[in-house]
Design a protein around this ligand. Structure first.
Ligand code: ADP
Ligand code: MG
Length: 325
């Protein structure tokens, strides 16, 4: 089982940012209102995630560090209607198999919490701990026992950038959750919980971009597909596509159909090699999309790209056609 975990870890845990992604997704799935991430040395030395979510009972946390122990699906059918971010039950055992991981967790209403220490996939210690309700996971010495993986890590600055970007994506998908990133002792990102997506966009992209954003046109659903969000005036484009954030059913996704539809909507209003700022949420009925492609990738597979393209296209193009630029 240890080898299986390490192999799964190769898929799930590519770099420190993947650890952050998996753990923060778990915090969000646990209903956290606040998630605090601490990293040192680009996450290679330390990644700590603290949440105020539902926490775990002792038997649940022990089960969770085993492979394929998810509390989120009970029947295989559920896979198609899954509403949580995680569902494979691979993250905790994978991370535990390639690091020294300590989990402290306590459900609301419980007197004592549980502390579990895992090193290279072995459970080393299990005991009780006093703490506030929620979960605190500390991942140290990532890839200490998989030198080949360690070798592929980039500089701490680069790995930190990937982590920040990961949190920005998750931050846009959940404006209602406070997200904090501390890097080598300094606050690197502090996103207060807000009611409206636009306020989170302001926090992330700044006033100048914010002032140029327009809400998408409320186009009726096309085969159940709806696209909603904000996009920038054509006149205020960027030199890179870094301000384009697209989500499918709440997850950050990078998809060629969606990108093509955005580009198509602006058409000739956008100069060559210029990019708009876009934050777009595409809701796709579960039967039209395969989310089970790859655990760590940001791609999805659409069974039919037509309704996706048209929904995204009209959400932007129809507003552009009406707006008084
Ligand atoms: P998955 O998210 O696919 O279910 P994980 O390995 O990421 O699998 O987590 C296993 C299980 O551990 C989850 O299903 C959940 O029940 C529990 N869990 C993990 N992280 C947390 C957390 N921060 N708060 C509460 N429960 C958690
Ligand atoms: Mg998970």
């Amino acid at each position: 089982p240890e080898l299986a975990n390490q192999i799964a870890a190769g898929e799930v845990v590519e770099r420190p940012a993947s650890v952050v992604k998996e753990l923060v997704e778990n915090s969000l799935d646990a209903g956290a209102r606040r998630v605090e991430v601490t990293i040192r040395e680009g996450g290679r030395e330390l990644i700590r995630i603290e949440d105020d979510g539902c926490g775990m009972h002792r038997e649940d946390v022990l089960r969770a560090v085993e492979r394929h122990a998810t509390s989120k699906i009970s029947r295989i059918d559920d896979l198609h209607t899954i509403g949580t971010l995680g569902f494979r039950g691979e993250a905790l055992p994978s991370i535990g198999s390639v690091s020294r991981t300590e989990i402290r967790t306590k459900p609301h209403g419980e007197v004592e919490g549980t502390r579990v220490l895992i090193e290279g996939g072995q459970i080393k210690e299990v005991d009780a701990t006093g703490m506030a309700a929620g979960t605190l996971i500390t991942v140290e010495d990532l890839f200490f026992n998989t030198p080949a993986r360690l070798k592929f890590l980039k500089t701490p600055a680069t790995e930190s950038r990937h982590i920040t970007e990961m949190l920005v994506r998750m931050g846009l998908s959940r404006p209602d959750v406070r997200i904090l990133l501390k890097k080598d002792g300094k606050v690197r990102l502090d996103l207060p919980a807000v009611e409206d997506l636009k306020d989170r966009v302001l926090e992330i992209m700044g006033r100048e971009v914010y002032d140029d954003l327009y809400p998408t046109y409320e186009y009726p659903a096309i085969n159940g597909v709806v696209a909603r969000g904000y996009f920038s005036k054509p006149g205020h484009s960027q030199r890179t596509s870094k301000n384009i954030y697209t989500f499918v059913n709440g997850r950050y996704v990078s998809d060629s159909t969606i990108r093509a539809a955005i580009k198509g909507a602006y058409g000739t209003m956008l100069d060559k090699r210029r990019y708009p700022s876009v934050v777009l949420f595409v809701e796709v009925p579960f039967e039209l999309v395969d989310v089970n492609v790859h655990p760590a990738k940001t791609e999805v597979r659409f069974h039919d790209t037509q309704p996706i393209y048209r929904a995204v296209y009209h959400a932007i193009a129809d507003e552009l056609a009406e707006a008084p630029w």
